[in-house]
Write a protein that binds this ligand. Structure first.
Ligand code: HXC
Length: 258
């Protein structure tokens, strides 16, 4: 267990665990918490013993947004000088799989944190939304962009303009969620999925993530060129030799991430 102030961080069975831990304010994300999250993610990304990362919220929510008390007095100049989104941007640089396990509210910046993860397990009671419009602002950490890419303009505007929360089942229908599960098995299911990733070839996992992320923005041609280069690159790995040798020898592979 770590000594962070706003999150709890630990490692178990090859899985890096991050639990948001400001439960009295539904894990409202203040700036030091963002720093703690990105620092923990980057440490896990460099840790050879960690193959996948799971993020969840302690208490009754994932996160009810950025900390409104902290933001209320901001000005354009204070925000420009603070450049807080530079830290959010670093989440995109994490190469290992990040799995969100979401229950309760995931609103505003909390929803943006979910959309920054690779795979989302959601409890049936989870509620996602961008209520910023009700505060006279709008999402600022990629929410409008990622929601629009996921569900198209017409639907995205409906959610962004009303600020309504969508049930987990609706979020699943929009392709925002990997798997919807009963609240009591949320962590169990997310950890079981992470445990499956721990068994896979780590370099394959990271280059698949890289290629899928490129597929979101690239043309089909560019995406396929990027895919091909990553495919070739994996033939430089020890794990490719081991994986194919193990298949031929009819035994399970022993991957090392090399
Ligand atoms: C600061 C928050 C908070 C937030 C909840 N709290 N959300 N504090 N920032 N985002 C605090 C409440 O003030 C309250 O503190 C305690 O958490 C419990 O919340 P309640 O409101 O009593 O709980 P409940 O009645 O169940 O309502 C839950 C809720 C509501 C519907 C989620 O708390 C709510 O509307 N929260 C704000 C959601 C929001 O607008 N998020 C977007 C923020 S803007 P006390 O001290 O009274 O017990 C944003 C911009 C992102 O995220 C920009 C990029 C980073």
């Amino acid at each position: 267990m770590s000594n962070h102030k706003f999150i709890r961080v630990w490692e178990e069975n090859g899985i890096g665990r991050i639990e948001l831990n400001r439960t009295k304010v539904l894990n409202a994300i203040n700036r030091p918490m963002v720093t703690e999250i990105i620092t923990a993610l980057e440490q896990f990304d460099r840790d050879h013993d960690v193959s996948a990362i799971v993020i969840n919220g302690g208490g009754r929510a994932f996160a009810a947004g950025a900390d409104i008390d902290e933001m209320a007095g901001d000005t354009p100049v204070s925000l420009e000088l603070l450049n807080q989104f530079a830290e959010w941007d670093r989440i995109q640089g994490i190469k290992k799989p990040i799995i969100a396990a979401v229950h309760g509210f995931a609103l505003g910046g909390g929803f943006e944190l979910v959309l920054s993860c690779d795979v989302v397990f959601a409890a049936e009671d989870a509620k996602f939304g961008f209520p910023e419009v009700k505060l006279g602002v709008m999402p600022g950490a990629g929410g409008t962009v990622k929601l629009t890419k996921a569900m198209g303009k017409a639907k995205a505007l409906e959610w962004l303009w009303t600020g309504d929360s969508m049930d987990a089942a609706v979020a699943e229908r929009h392709g925002l969620i990997t798997r919807l599960v009963a609240p009591e098995v949320l962590l169990e299911e997310a950890l079981a999925f992470a445990a499956r990733l721990v068994q896979q070839a780590p370099l394959s996992l990271r280059l698949i993530k890289d290629t899928v992320n490129k597929a979101i923005d690239y043309s089909v041609y560019e995406g396929m060129q990027a895919e091909r280069k990553n495919f070739y690159l994996l033939f430089a790995s020890r794990d490719q030799k081991e994986g194919m040798k193990a298949f031929i020898e009819k035994r399970p592979p022993e991957f090392r991430g090399e």
